[in-house]
Write a protein that binds this ligand. Structure first.
Ligand SMILES: [Zn+2]
Length: 244
């Protein structure tokens, strides 16, 4: 899971590009840091030993893989947007949202504006998107404001993961940034365990972490603690991104 480009493949609602300050917590993931580590691939008896331990303890020595410090190839998509609120049945705003939807179904765009504005003001992403479309169609400049507002919920960045597994070479790559950060052993062991699972359960680009994969992966030692550590350092994880 992680190092990368700070700019995004934003799904935007007709607004301009999002300029988002990626911030300190993302420092592990900027492209410059990736370049810094490029070409510094290294074998390490310590990593090899950790892998042997994980293999023996959790996989009965069934895993046949090498491990190396190397910037993982490829990137994952990391969500860095603001979640906003959901409006469920029973919520005070639910009736307003339903009312807006039925106005839209009847083609009465103007009547949908008031209830949608109430939902958008409460930070409801879909309402902001709908307002953006309605105002745009009506030639009202306010569409731009709602496009900007909606885009805040959609921001993603391309991130290099902290580790990856190359099935064609039976090779696990661990990002050298982790070495520089002094990643604790439990983090490295978790990553090794995760990548070993990729050897056990073949995956596709469309579904890198299938249900069968997760069945094994959930049993990783110190999983939550390790994911929390990685996320705090700005690495994308399977909880925060889509990718290997
Ligand atoms: Zn994975």
């Amino acid at each position: 899971m992680a190092a990368y480009k700070s700019l995004a493949d934003n799904s935007s609602a007709n607004g301009g590009p999002i300029t988002r300050n990626v911030g300190d917590s993302m420092r592990a993931t900027i492209q410059a840091e990736c370049d810094h580590f490029a070409g510094r691939d290294a074998d390490d008896p310590f990593l090899f030993q950790l892998l042997a331990g994980v293999n023996k303890r959790f996989f009965h020595n069934k895993i046949q893989a090498e491990v190396i410090w190397q910037v993982p190839r490829g990137t994952v998509s990391l969500f860095v947007g603001e979640p906003g609120i959901q409006i469920e049945p029973g919520d005070p705003l639910f009736n307003q949202l339903q009312q807006a939807r039925s106005c839209l179904q009847q083609g009465n765009l103007s009547a949908a504006l008031q209830p949608l504005t109430a939902c958008a003001d409460a930070n409801h992403p879909e309402s902001k998107l709908l307002l953006c479309h309605i105002y745009k169609r009506q030639g009202d400049e306010r569409w731009q404001r709602y496009a900007r507002e909606y885009n805040r919920h959609c921001a993603t960045v391309r991130a290099v993961p902290a580790a990856c597994y190359y099935a064609d070479r039976s090779l696990i790559a661990i990002h050298p940034h982790l070495q520089e950060l002094g990643a604790p052993q439990f983090v490295l062991k978790y990553l090794l365990y995760h990548e070993c699972c990729h050897q056990l359960v073949p995956s596709s680009d469309q579904e890198p972490h299938s249900a069968a994969f997760l069945h094994w992966e959930y049993q990783a030692p110190n999983r939550d603690r390790a994911l929390h550590w990685l996320e705090r350092q700005g690495f994308p994880t399977l909880r925060t991104s889509h990718g290997p």
